[in-house]
Design a protein around this ligand. Structure first.
Ligand code: URA
Length: 214
């Protein structure tokens, strides 16, 4: 017998006139891809409804999965410090992820991050689209290739285009930069250089917002 693979997407779960609280509530029960089985909970985006800047990461990490909040682990702490250096008020930023469940494999007592695949990203995409429709941000900043390619297509290269502003239909502008976790994987002078380049990208992105930092 021929096996039929179901096309899974969160689209039917998105409420017709979504608000951030209604999206969050609906996403809590999302089973559009298999990651709900391994993730502890849906980690939905967080930040003010009037945020001018939306930051998009790849997926929650170990600590985000346990606490239910995005960017609270080591990468989040690096991001907080870099945002402060770049003159962007973290409390005024909405932070979310392309995929809202933690994908991992066991490695002894640790849970090792696994990159989400194209089907998981596509299944989760309606949540990100809905967040952007509700927030209508002045600027979206993608952190790393997964977020950047989710929003701009598979041909987008963060290495080539980081720090550059792009015109898009779904936000006032778009800028990509590296994922903070990629900086944490470096050591010594390499880490310092990557961190400085990250702050420079964020600063360039903030300049596009005009004179008043977000
Ligand atoms: N990395 C991400 O991409 N998102 C988080 O929320 C935490 C780490």
């Amino acid at each position: 017998m021929k096996r039929v693979t179901a096309i899974t997407t969160a689209a039917p779960l998105v409420p017709p006139r979504p608000t951030l609280p209604s999206l969050r509530a609906a996403a809590a029960g999302c089973r559009a891809c298999p990651l709900w089985k391994t993730g502890t909970q849906t980690v939905f985006g967080e930040g003010p409804r009037r945020a001018r800047v939306v930051m998009v990461g790849e997926q929650p990490g170990d600590q985000e999965d346990k606490t239910g909040h995005p960017f609270v682990g080591p990468a989040g702490r690096l991001l907080d410090a870099a945002l402060a250096e770049a003159g962007i008020d973290r409390a005024a930023v909405y932070a979310t992820n392309a995929v809202k469940h933690f994908k991992w494999v066991p490695a002894g007592k640790r849970r090792l991050h696994q990159k989400p695949d194209a089907r998981e990203i596509a299944a989760c995409r309606p949540w990100l689209d809905a967040e952007l429709r509700v927030l209508q941000p002045e600027l979206v900043i993608a952190l790393g290739a997964t977020a950047a390619q989710t929003l701009m297509g598979r041909a987008f290269r963060v290495t080539q285009s980081h720090g550059q502003r792009f015109e898009v239909s779904w936000a006032g502008g778009f800028v990509a930069t590296v994922h903070p976790a990629s900086i944490l994987r470096l050591a010594g002078a390499d880490r310092e250089r990557a961190r400085a380049a990250f702050v420079a990208d964020l600063r360039a992105a903030a300049l596009g917002l005009g004179r008043t930092p977000p």
